[in-house]
Design a protein around this ligand. Structure first.
Ligand code: HEC
Ligand code: HEC
Ligand code: HEC
Ligand code: HEC
Ligand code: HEC
Length: 345
């Protein structure tokens, strides 16, 4: 592309250093190297050519080129002379969203850049994201693609598009020497589940403030805990996306970490002989859900903690894929229990 040394994020870094550093902390930058993705890709190589269209969408990121035929597992395969392995490792990179035939998609009008730009105000719309985050298709009896986040967002009828929440607003110069403008940080925070064991302190500093989608409230009444779990901030179902994602509200006894009660929020699927969704109790945007947990008898309140855990994969499946040293879940909230005051008289 005119005025550019290359199409990789490293080629943008000399002038857009902060944006590249933000993107590096994001799940997008891990879309190829993600250990879970690599394990799942290797498990069923016959359909891997479908997966890479969202995880490494640029042609130069793909080792071979594939053309679909009537048979999913028999695409026409050809060599790719412009394959760039270093570009492949960048996963969902700058050009996954910014590439246009005439130049780089620019959200601002009248930019003066050393490379070609195309004024694209709709870059800030949901379409930039739903290209990959909305796909519902049955590939085979036991293989379905179910990313429904775009439809969930549309059904909620809100006026903020995905980037307005997932690219926190910042006013700065977005290119070295460029003018100060209001734009979005490229951290794309979501569940904040890292695609490795843990984020580094440096990464956490770049990600900055990001409030989780759910709020959790609890009050002890007699022998039970009255809980309210709400989808306060997400513009779609909670959890969304991958059907394996689930939330658990757990009453945990300390210090033994014994789970005394739990409620699961998520989708339920059977995968064989025909993949189908058999349940879905996720939280709609804005929904407040009341839950009641019985207090375990004989355990002092101070020894109990209420937690909200977000799991991307079950312990069994993580073990099956041999995903050690990989963050399987994250505790989003921890609440000490408070007894309701006796009514004032
Ligand atoms: C040699 C320096 C340089 C390189 C390399 C470079 N850019 Fe730029 N880019 C600029 C400048 C300067 C601007 C204009 C900034 C402005 O007006 O706010 C700009 C503008 C942009 C804009 C539009 C900004 C807006 O506010 O609308 C985008 C998007 C962009 N660049 C993306 C990229 C991507 C992606 C790469 C790598 C593939 C890249 N740039 C490489 C210097 C560079
Ligand atoms: C080219 C395809 C593609 C596009 C376009 C895309 N994404 Fe993604 N996104 C992905 C993939 C793939 C992952 C997951 C990578 C992984 O986990 O290995 C992901 C992950 C995410 C996550 C992290 C999920 C989590 O659990 O934390 C968020 C948030 C997200 N995307 C938001 C967006 C938003 C907002 C946009 C539009 C501005 C967007 N994405 C555009 C492919 C895409
Ligand atoms: C998942 C999609 C996506 C990816 C990946 C992505 N961008 Fe953006 N980019 C956007 C969107 C959407 C905006 C508009 C944000 C706004 O202005 O609120 C934007 C805006 C920009 C701007 C203008 C400043 C601003 O925030 O308005 C620059 C410069 C830019 N991107 C460069 C890059 C570079 C460099 C990379 C790779 C390191 C990159 N982008 C990766 C979607 C993406
Ligand atoms: C009103 C703000 C808002 C809007 C609009 C929004 N999101 Fe989110 N999204 C969130 C929050 C907050 C989370 C964090 C949820 C959590 O704590 O796990 C989230 C989480 C996610 C995740 C991670 C999966 C998960 O369940 O945590 C993905 C992927 C995602 N959003 C994609 C999108 C896409 C794509 C769109 C547009 C179609 C979009 N979001 C619109 C606020 C928003
Ligand atoms: C239509 C685009 C698309 C295709 C095709 C696709 N993915 Fe993804 N993938 C995504 C998006 C978007 C996410 C992240 C957010 C979410 O869960 O919705 C993701 C996330 C993932 C994750 C991380 C899940 C998590 O909870 O963190 C894995 C693993 C994965 N994909 C594997 C695959 C495999 C294997 C294939 C091929 C069989 C595949 N994907 C095909 C778009 C796609």
């Amino acid at each position: 592309m005119a005025g550019l040394g290359g199409l990789r994020a490293v080629d943008c870094a000399p002038c857009h250093a902060e944006i590249v550093a933000e993107w590096r902390t994001s799940t997008h930058a891990a879309a190829w190297v993600d250990p879970q993705f690599r394990k799942e890709l290797a498990k069923d190589p016959g359909v891997a050519w479908l997966c890479i269209n969202c995880h490494t969408p640029a042609a130069d990121q793909q080792e071979r080129l594939h053309a679909a035929t009537a048979l999913v597992r028999a695409p026409v395969v050809s060599e790719n002379p412009s394959y760039d392995p270093a570009f492949q490792t960048e996963g969902v990179s700058c050009m996954s969203c910014h590439w246009r035939p005439g130049g780089i998609a620019a959200p601002h009008e009248g930019v003066s850049a050393p490379h070609a730009t195309v004024y694209t105000p709709e870059l800030r719309g949901a379409e930039t994201c739903t290209a990959c985050h909305q796909a519902v298709a049955r590939v085979e009896d036991t293989l379905v693609c179910t990313f429904n986040t775009g439809a969930e967002w549309a059904a909620s009828g809100q006026n903020r598009a995905c980037p307005a929440c997932h690219m926190p607003e910042i006013t700065r110069s977005h290119a070295s020497g460029g003018p100060v403008r209001t734009g979005g940080r490229h951290t794309f925070p979501g569940s904040l589940l890292p695609k490795k064991a843990a984020y580094t302190a440096e990464e956490l500093a770049i990600i900055g403030d990001w409030a989780p989608g759910a709020t959790l409230e609890a009050q002890v009444v007699d022998t039970r805990v009255e809980i309210v779990l709400s989808n306060a901030r997400a513009g779609h179902m909670l959890p969304t996306g991958d059907p394996e994602r689930q939330l658990f509200v757990r009453l945990v006894e300390l210090p033994s970490e014994t789970v005394r009660w739990e409620a699961r929020i998520g989708q339920t699927w059977t995968w064989w002989p025909v993949a189908q969704r058999t349940g879905d109790n996720r939280l709609a945007p804005g929904e407040r859900r009341a839950l009641t947990a019985p207090l375990p008898p004989g355990v002092p309140l101070q020894a109990l903690e209420l937690r909200l855990d977000h799991e991307r994969i079950s312990a069994e499946n993580a073990a099956h894929h041999d995903l050690s040293n990989y963050a399987r879940m994250r505790t989003v909230h921890r609440l000490p229990l408070v007894a309701a005051r006796p009514p004032a008289n």
